[in-house]
Design a protein around this ligand. Structure first.
Ligand code: C5P
Length: 224
């Protein structure tokens, strides 16, 4: 079975992304490319990375009116990412239209509450309130809008999975027990995330900024 680890290659540098992907390829199940990479390299860059033979998770967290998001998803169809993100806060119609516009082979998943936000941040934004409740509410909205799953932190995945047993759960904000938090706040270990119901886990800096990314990826894989 493929590893549940998707390595987040958060760099605008295509060569660097290619180099790290090549180094960790035997210890991860796929590659996550985000805004930084896409802004610099576009669909051409995504195709280059896909040619390495690993599934691509395109994390663009699309959030706009339904028409705009649907057209953007349609424009991405030719690259057929395995996973594509939109923002649950965009609402039901936006998610329905995004799913309808995506390729049948693309899982469309909704971001809920960023793992870099804690209760204070939520209080300071228009969202307000409790992360746990927010995640469950947005997850239910994503499910009823026909999406494949959601992105949530490891702290909420157990409850979200219980409410949506066949949902696809993406958990970022994952850190080995001795790992640096950086800007992440609601973190869990890779093993705990999987134990609690993550379908895949996203790990960036603990792998990409290690002296030897392949050794770091192998060490994390060994804890699963
Ligand atoms: O380096 P690190 O492991 O913190 O990277 C996490 C990755 O997951 C980043 O690419 C970030 O954009 C993404 N992500 C996240 N929290 C979310 C959704 C996505 O950290 N809620």
């Amino acid at each position: 079975m493929r590893s549940p680890i998707f390595v987040a290659l958060d760099t605008p540098d295509l060569e660097k992304a290619r180099e790290i992907a090549g180094a960790v390829k035997n210890h991860v199940g796929g590659i996550k490319l985000g805004l930084e990479f896409f802004a610099a390299n576009g669909q051409h860059g995504v195709r280059e990375m896909a040619s390495l033979g690993m599934p691509i998770f395109l994390d663009l967290k699309l959030h706009d009116i339904p028409n705009t998001v649907a057209k953007a998803v349609q424009a991405l169809r030719p690259i057929e990412p395995a996973v594509l993100t939109v923002h649950a806060a965009g609402g039901r119609a936006m998610m329905e239209d995004a799913k309808a516009a995506a390729s049948i082979d693309t899982k469309v998943v909704a971001g809920t509450v960023l793992t870099s936000l804690d209760e204070t941040d939520l209080h300071d934004t228009v969202i307000g309130g409790d992360a746990h409740e927010q995640v469950l509410r947005l997850s239910e909205l994503a499910r009823s809008a026909g999406l494949d799953g959601v992105v949530c932190s490891g702290r909420e995945v157990k409850a979200a999975k219980k409410a949506w047993p066949d949902g696809f759960f993406v958990v970022p904000g994952v850190r080995p027990s001795n790992g640096k938090k950086s800007d992440q706040k609601r973190i869990v270990t890779p093993a705990d995330a999987l134990h609690d119901g993550a379908s895949i886990i996203v790990i960036g800096r603990p792998i990409t900024q290690a002296g030897e990314p392949d050794t770091a990826a192998r060490a994390i894989e060994a804890t699963l």
